[in-house]
Design a protein around this ligand. Structure first.
Ligand code: ADP
Ligand code: ADP
Length: 224
């Protein structure tokens, strides 16, 4: 599975040219998208996630045309936006069970095993009965991963995940992400160089809507 982005352009109605002829080929594993605030990272992530339309260009995920086969993409996409809402008065295991039903996992035995495995994987088993409103930032992020994994995604998009996490939470979150990267395309959008350096085999540097660099983190550091 490969994500291919070709000649992508987006100008917002306020005249901001947020994506300028973006071309990227992203393979399975962890891909870092690095750039300062305002670079266009979220615009690109939202476009790949079928949440907004580009003005021109194309995106394919394997043999799926992302811009026209939106339902196909959504079925296989795990999207973790920068800040996602949680229902504060529901506990993790209850919400995951409900979400699993919505994803079509209606068989009780299957659902139980899927939900329990995700809670263990994300290290939330001990807090499964705690209301999400009482979760720390890192726990919410890990719950976001559990939720994203319900879809059995081929593509996971993570937008600025480590902002506001303490170092221990950050490490736990990043380790979890790197495990996922093995047979999935994981795109990590961030302005933190270390996140990319530690985890990603491949990366791009973005600024003012343009790809300035494509390659490995080692090559990027040598180029500076
Ligand atoms: P990043 O995620 O790298 O911070 P964004 O994609 O959010 O970058 O923003 C890129 C540029 O596009 C910024 O100048 C931002 O203000 C602008 N922008 C983003 N979303 C919109 C929008 N919906 N309408 C108008 N301008 C936008
Ligand atoms: P980011 O995480 O990329 O910084 P923001 O928090 O700036 O995104 O954007 C939040 C929402 O506001 C998004 O839906 C985005 O499309 C919109 N937005 C961002 N920048 C602008 C802008 N300059 N003008 C209008 N809408 C914007």
């Amino acid at each position: 599975m490969q994500l291919t982005i070709s000649n992508l352009n987006k100008t917002y109605s306020n005249g901001v040219h947020a994506l300028k002829d973006v071309n990227l080929t992203i393979n399975q594993g962890m891909f870092g998208l690095l750039g300062p605030n305002g670079a266009g990272k979220s615009s690109l992530m939202r476009t790949i996630a079928t949440l907004q339309e580009p003005d021109s260009g194309s995106i394919s995920l394997g043999n799926i045309n992302v811009l026209t086969q939106k339902e196909e993409v959504r079925k296989t996409l795990g999207y973790l936006p920068q800040e996602f809402g949680v229902y504060p008065k529901v506990d993790a295991i209850t919400l995951l069970n409900h979400l699993a039903v919505l994803k079509g996992i209606t068989n009780t035995t299957e659902r139980k095993s899927v939900v329990e495995a995700l809670l263990h994987k994300t290290n939330l088993w001990g807090a499964r009965k705690k209301n999400l409103g009482g979760y720390s930032g890192g726990m919410k992020q890990r719950f976001g991963i559990a939720q994203a994994l319900l879809a059995n995604p081929k593509l996971i998009i993570v937008d600025e995940p480590t902002a506001g996490l303490d170092p221990a939470e950050r490490n736990r979150f990043l380790n979890l992400l790197s495990e996922l990267g093995e047979n999935t395309v994981v795109i990590l959008s961030t302005h933190i160089v270390d996140d990319v350096k530690e985890l990603c085999s491949d990366m791009a540097v973005f600024n003012k809507g343009e790809v300035l660099f494509k390659g490995s983190p080692d090559e990027a550091l040598n180029a500076i």
